[in-house]
Design a protein around this ligand. Structure first.
Ligand code: XMP
Length: 326
């Protein structure tokens, strides 16, 4: 039997009851597979790895070792949420590594998008590998592979995502949600008690804010991007747009324009709002955002975020514009 093929008889998980049944089955399956051995998981804080972590904590508790690498390109509050939920609330065995300086030092003066991606992906593997090397008695590697990853690639999530692990890591894989679609992973995550803010998260690229801080990343511009993005998210949530808009974020290009602040010349970066709707991210349309809200967001960002002096709204559908600016 091909264990990477979803059986046609498998029911779509849409309710808490079906999720509970799936969880029970997987808890038993994981226990049978793992026995008393240890399992390692790269926990990014994204939906898939978070759900796998919660499921494995339920199944094997402290036999799971989660490693969260903060590459310095997370959105505001994300690493803190990982620590709060997994370490404080779920009492997980969590190793937190703040590798911000390593990543940002390597990325200094690198403007080319593909090079940036390679550096981020490569360094992630290195950091994770180093941590794994310090641990003893790890036999398994858990991954948040989901069914679209299998359908769209060769079954390994990684190529596209930071979190791609070296092929020479000799671990047996534990992939409890590999036959699920994204919506089912979310239902299972909720049934496992993960917070809605974690389970309903928007897609977020593996290289994180690295693809939104355009050109060569500097710490001050990255900070401005992170703060502006947090304001956008807060205002969209307050307006209920998080329920209707599929993905929204800020990109900050590596250019300045002249402005005026406190009667003085103020050179700053523009913050570009991207808010799109799509079903599969292959094409995307532009969401109509009420002007009053755009004005409010503009006022807040230009007043509260050091270094930003203009706010722009990207009206370009995909195609021709990709969703990310990169
Ligand atoms: P583009 O920019 O190609 O993006 O229109 C399509 C969707 O993919 C997301 N994206 C990524 N997701 N790892 C991911 O998991 C990545 O490296 C990555 N790059 C882009 C993007 O946010 C959008 O939702």
């Amino acid at each position: 039997m091909d264990t990477n093929k979803r059986p046609e008889t498998m029911e779509r998980i849409t309710t808490p009851e079906l999720a509970a049944k799936f969880i029970d089955e997987q808890v038993a399956a994981v226990r049978a597979q793992v026995g008393d051995k240890k399992v390692l998981l790269a926990l990014s804080g994204g939906v898939d790895s978070s759900v796998v972590a919660a499921l494995l904590i339920k199944a094997i508790g402290k036999q799971l070792v989660c490693v969260h690498v903060n590459h310095g390109l997370m959105r505001k509050g994300e690493s803190e949420q990982v620590i709060e939920v997994f370490q404080n609330q779920l009492d997980a065995n969590l190793i937190y590594i703040d590798a911000t300086d390593r990543f940002l030092d390597l990325l200094k003066d690198v403007a080319e998008p593909e090079k940036k991606r390679k550096i981020i992906g490569g360094e992630f593997i290195k950091v994770f590998d180093e941590e794994a090397g310090k641990l003893e008695g790890i036999s398994f590697l858990a991954q948040g592979t989901i069914y679209p990853d299998i359908l769209e690639s060769d079954g390994v999530k990684a190529h596209h995502n930071v979190g791609g692990l070296p092929e020479d890591m000799q671990f047996e894989l534990v992939e409890p949600v590999k036959l699920l679609f994204k919506d089912e992973v979310r239902v299972v995550g909720k049934a496992l008690g993960l917070p809605a803010g974690m389970v309903d998260r928007q897609p977020f690229p593996g290289p994180g804010l690295g693809v939104r801080c355009l050109g060569a990343i500097t710490r001050d511009r990255l900070h401005a991007l992170r703060e502006a993005d947090a304001i956008l998210r807060e205002e969209f949530e307050n307006a209920g747009l998080n329920k209707t808009v599929w993905q929204y974020f800020i990109a900050v290009p590596d250019m300045k324009s002249v402005g005026v602040k406190n009667d003085k010349r103020y050179e700053g970066w523009p913050a570009i709002i991207r808010a799109v709707n799509t079903t599969d991210a292959m094409s995307a349309t532009i969401e109509e955002i009420p002007y009053a809200l755009l004005h409010k967001i503009t006022d807040r960002i230009t007043n509260e975020v050091e270094g930003i002096n203009r706010v722009l709204y990207d009206l370009t559908p995909k195609p021709i514009g990709t969703i990310e600016w990169e």
